[in-house]
Design a protein around this ligand. Structure first.
Ligand SMILES: [Zn+2]
Length: 672
């Protein structure tokens, strides 16, 4: 039997085996499904059998259609030939071009339903018959392009060895959200002149996993989202919508669909930014006291460091390792040093350093860790910090450790990393600590606090000491807690700011500046466009492009065309501007260009490739739209010689521009 829901845009169908038999984009005329394939899979846990699969094809279902709704209902499930008292209902609703899939599970068995994998678009070889030109825009950090997914071994993106997963059956793209590297809960398969948007439209901030599965025998793709309900005996569970929307154009249309969802649901509300943040050019990031405690600079050197940064056009200094214990030790005991002999100096000297920067019109940001707990810290030993840590499925804390070394080797090479452990965002006690350390820094006079590791992997947490009811809800209150931290920071004045490391939309909405993931100007697959295009109002850093003078033109010009602020991490935060005079000089020149076109680059919005074309492949260009609607294009000449390029506006007007070798430029265009 075959069952369909259909309107003028889309035809969608399943058979009695719970397989997707049709997903047709009626506007383009393309049928996406080439072979019927599964739309769901459940994983159950019982004792030693902790990953018992339940496959759609093994079940007996009742399927009904009613107008634009299709339901598949199972009164019980069969797993390994055994009937289980677990019911499942999937509801597919078609509205316009969008299909929304919700789920309901009722568990009367003794097993736990740990995982529900929905792949409602399944059995796809290509969108338009040409799999080699298909791409997936994948929300890993700023964005990642996966080429020809139906023709690729997707396990190369997983980070696991072949032994560790069922790669002999299917290779998968998987991305947890919110956090880890999952910045948004949507992706887009696009090719030819159309695309298919896939997303979780939930509001709960539960841990989910974006999922693309490629059958290695058939090269067919199944697209969807995995949820982790952990539904036990006597419990029922409702799954939030998983959404599919075929569309014309490329991934940018997917971005617009997602943004409409976040705007209409208020899932994301852009932060109100202080004037100085809108105008910021970036910071010099320094570690005063590194992990090995051989001091780079003491508090008295803060003025000298800032003056060097300011001379290069930067306006902020970002202090790491300012704490008594040194960088990546004794956290979260964030207190100033009190050692003038061989330490950083005194709290008074730190205050004086901050006051000096203020006297020059600059800003000071201080580092805090949102994630790490040292077992040797006072917080852990004396303040009951042990209750804050994440408990993994192994009933253990989650280690996260790096040893940073200096001239020696004995600490790092013949030893494991110095251990620290992850705190759960669902711990009220941890939230209290995050508030108090921010207050401490703001009381010292600084202008903002940056929560490092603010968007780490959304681990399932099995602790019973936290406020989340289920392991998948460990991050459910995290965005609200960042909102609360923002209120604490703003209680010191509207100009005080909160910052975080990592790109995660629901957390970033509470941040004045987002310190993103590492950039790669030469990468064809890692592209900032996806996140910048979706949330252009966020102020973001270029992250670690200012290490030394190697490839400095590429790094600076790349930063310029994406409208990012400079994160100068000279010699891994152990150098100053004096170490990179060439970089400092060219960056100053580009900062002056940013100031000249502030209307677009500081006050406008990134619109990427919209609104113009450029005639030279060697010129990379990205556009910005000012508040008054005018458009400007930031340009980067990748050739080592002067280039003349023509920018053509949407209205058909040509603008000739000459760019210096390895140089950058900007042109204002008219689209009317
Ligand atoms: Zn927890």
């Amino acid at each position: 039997m075959k069952y369909y829901i259909e309107n003028s845009d889309v035809k969608y169908g399943v058979d009695e085996f719970g397989r997707n038999i049709s997903f047709m984009n009626k506007i383009s005329g393309h049928e996406y499904v080439s072979t019927p394939s599964h739309v769901w899979k459940i994983i159950l846990a019982e004792g030693q059998r902790s990953e018992q699969p339940v496959f759609a094809e093994d079940q007996t279902s009742k399927i009904e259609t009613d107008g634009n709704t299709l339901t598949i209902e199972y009164n019980s499930l069969i797993a390994a030939g055994k009937k289980l008292d677990i019911s499942l209902k999937l509801t597919f609703t078609l509205e316009g071009s969008m299909i929304s899939v919700t789920s309901f599970i009722e568990n009367k068995s003794g097993l736990t339903v740990t995982e529900l994998n929905i792949t409602a678009a399944s059995g796809i070889h290509s969108l338009d018959g040409n799999p080699s030109s298909d791409r997936i825009m994948w929300p890993s950090n700023y964005g990642k392009i996966i080429e020809s997914p139906a023709l690729s071994d997707l396990s190369v993106y997983s980070g696991f060895r072949k032994y560790e997963r069922h790669d002999f059956l299917h290779t998968d793209l998987d991305l947890l959200y919110p956090g880890g590297s999952g910045s948004m809960p949507w992706f887009d398969l696009y090719g030819g002149s159309e695309g298919l948007y896939v997303a979780s439209h939930g509001l709960s901030h539960e841990t989910v996993c974006l999922h693309v599965e490629r059958d290695i025998k058939t090269s067919l793709l199944s697209l969807g989202v995995i949820r982790y309900p952990f539904t036990s005996r006597g419990e029922s569970w409702m799954g939030e919508p998983i959404v599919y929307c075929p569309h014309a154009g490329d991934w940018r249309e997917g971005s617009r669909i997602y943004r409409r969802f976040t705007d209409s649901s208020e899932y994301f509300k852009a932060p109100e930014l202080p004037e100085w943040v809108r105008n910021t050019e970036g910071w010099l990031r320094v570690i005063l006291k590194p992990h090995h405690c051989e001091i780079n600079w003491d508090y008295k050197k803060i003025p000298e460091l800032y003056d060097g940064a300011a001379a290069a056009g930067l306006d902020t200094i970002y202090l790491l390792g300012w704490e008594k214990g040194g960088f990546a030790r004794m956290w979260p005991d964030f207190v100033a040093d009190d050692n003038t002999k061989d330490g950083l100096g005194t709290e008074k000297e730190l205050r004086e350093g901050i006051e000096y920067v203020h006297s020059k019109g600059g800003k000071v940001i201080m580092f805090l860790s949102y994630f790490l707990i040292d077992h040797k810290s006072d917080f852990y030993l004396k303040e009951g910090g042990g209750e804050c840590t994440i408990k993994s499925i192994w009933d253990e804390e989650v280690p996260f450790a790096e040893t940073y070394c200096g001239e020696g080797t004995y600490r790092k090479l013949p030893n494991p990393p110095m251990p620290m452990y992850g705190a759960c965002p669902g711990s009220e006690k941890w939230h209290g600590k995050m508030i108090s350390i921010a207050q401490y820094c703001l009381d010292l006079g600084c202008d903002g606090v940056l929560y490092d590791l603010g968007g780490l992997k959304p681990y399932l947490c099995f602790s019973d000491k936290h406020d989340h009811k289920k392991p998948n809800l460990a991050c459910a209150g995290k965005a609200d807690r960042f909102g609360d931290l923002r209120r604490v920071v703003k209680s010191y004045g509207d100009d005080k700011i909160i910052l975080m490391e990592h790109i995660v939309d629901c957390f970033n909405q509470h941040m004045d500046i987002v310190h993103g993931s590492r950039m790669y100007p030469d990468s064809k697959s890692n592209v900032p466009d996806m996140y910048r295009y979706t949330f252009p109002e966020l102020v973001m850093t270029n992250r670690e492009l200012g290490e030394d003078e190697d490839k400095m033109y590429d790094n600076i010009n790349f930063t310029f065309i994406y409208g990012l602020t400079f994160d100068m991490t000279i010699y891994r935060c152990c150098g100053s501007m004096a170490d990179v005079p060439g970089y400092a000089a060219y960056m100053k020149k580009i900062i002056d260009l940013r100031k000249k076109y502030a209307k677009y680059l500081h006050y406008g919005k990134f619109i990427g490739d919209d609104g113009f074309t450029v005639d030279k492949g060697s010129v990379r260009a990205k556009a910005f739209r000012a508040d008054d609607g005018s458009v400007g294009v930031a340009l980067w000449n990748r050739r080592h010689e002067t280039v003349e390029a023509v920018i053509r506006s949407e209205a058909g007007t040509d603008y000739n521009v000459e760019l210096e070798a390895d140089g950058a430029g900007f042109v204002e265009i008219s689209n009317s």
